[in-house]
Design a protein around this ligand. Structure first.
Ligand SMILES: *Cc1c(COP(=O)(O)O)cnc(C)c1O
Length: 377
């Protein structure tokens, strides 16, 4: 290709990651335990506040899986899950032999609609089964309406697992994403706001649950000199090498959030006046890490230009863009799952596009992307 690749969201090292990783080698802590794992958990707990405890794991998906296990979700149960999300929010429900019940988004946050959530709960109870858990997601860094979701959840006494995989660094009324539900999942995959190359974490202010998550993630070994098991275990613990990268990344997390927010502001100022293009604004009290800057394109106002035309146009210049998440209730693998909503998420999928948003994009790259979009109008 003649143009240099511009990625949607690529890893961005800060500098001291290598120091922590070298330390791990020098001390031979090349294992799924060690000082970096403990240090990274401590760094995250301090960042999140509100008495959070953290178990560092191999992925965000593993964190959601263990969260469901801790809440006792099993075969035949139902779990309410935001439809507009990545499949990793819902897959662990199926790992447990349970059924996902999908809930639509609201227009203001693009995340779980509290009204549809309430309808779904009442209808599932009327049909004879009270859902075992609720999984809202903080997509693209903007948090779900947690006060309203928690109010509904508490009214029916159903525990909430926050999928905060995309929202480390985001807050609502000053409180961190991942501190609203009884358990939360974080992800440090290569494309997230900070990365450990691959990894995740389970967060809770219930210290006993976090300790149990550590136990389950290391094959559920009972205290005995031989290998003794009274639970089914998993190999889900984070390695001390990955955690070293994570410790270095935590030193620059605040900077990364600032850089991604600057990307968003740049795109708004460059493209905000184009007829038909809209950006997701922060409602009062919300602070988004702006993991990805997303636009929606209304062809009735843009002179017929669609988001797909923009995506294909940018692709010619080696610019990576993605449509917004395809809702889970429209995925072939979840075709039989119940769904409650009014097709807000479907509309977002039809009209929405994620723009290159990495914290390591240069001003020239951002300008190049914006210019290529502007020339279509
Ligand atoms: C990335 C992501 C996950 C999964 O995290 P992994 O670490 O990749 O397993 C879950 N949910 C959402 C919304 C994500 O974006």
């Amino acid at each position: 290709m003649q143009y240099e690749k511009i990625w949607l969201s690529s890893p961005h090292m800060g500098g001291s990651e290598r120091k922590f990783v070298t330390e791990a080698f020098d001390t031979n802590w090349v294992a799924p335990l060690g000082p970096n794992v403990n240090g990274f958990e401590q760094d995250l707990a301090t960042w999140l506040g509100k008495g959070s405890h953290v178990a560092a794991l191999s992925s965000g998906t593993a964190a959601i899986h263990l969260a469901l296990i801790l809440l006792g979700v099993g075969a035949g149960d139902e779990v309410l899950c935001q439809s507009f999300t990545f499949s990793a929010s819902a897959n662990p429900i199926v790992y447990q032999g349970a059924t996902p019940v999908f809930v639509d988004s609201e227009p203001d946050t693009w995340n779980m609609c509290p009204i549809q959530l309430k309808k779904a709960i009442e209808d599932r109870i009327a049909k004879g089964k009270k859902p075992k858990a609720i999984i809202p997601v903080h997509l693209y860094g903007l948090m779900a309406n947690m006060p309203a979701i928690m109010e509904v959840a508490n009214a029916y006494d159903i525990p909430v697992i926050e999928d905060a995989a995309e929202a480390l660094g985001s807050t609502l009324h000053g409180e961190a994403a991942g501190t609203f539900g009884v358990i939360a999942a974080l992800s440090f995959n290569g494309n997230k706001i900070i990365t450990t190359s691959g990894g995740g974490a389970l967060v809770s202010n219930n210290a006993a649950w976090v300790e149990k998550a550590r136990f389950l993630s290391t094959q559920a070994r009972d205290a005995a000199p031989h290998y003794q098991h009274s639970h089914i275990g998993y190999n889900y613990r984070m390695s001390n090498i990955s955690a070293g990268i994570g410790r270095g990344q935590m030193e620059v997390l605040a900077e990364r959030v600032a850089q991604r927010r600057a990307n968003y502001n740049f795109y708004v100022s460059a493209l905000g006046n184009l007829p038909g293009i809209s950006f997701l604004a922060e409602p009062e009290g919300y602070f988004s890490n702006r993991w990805l800057t997303c636009i929606t394109v209304n062809p009735a106002l843009s002179g017929g230009i669609t988001r797909e035309q923009i995506r294909l146009h940018l692709e010619q210049f080696n610019i990576e863009c993605r449509p917004l998440w395809k809702p889970m209730h429209l995925q072939p693998v979840f075709a039989d799952a119940p769904y409650y909503g009014t097709n807000i998420a479907e509309q977002l999928f039809n009209d929405g596009l994620c723009l290159p948003s990495g914290s390591n994009l240069t001003a020239e790259q951002l300008t190049f992307v914006a210019d290529k979009i502007k020339q279509m109008w």
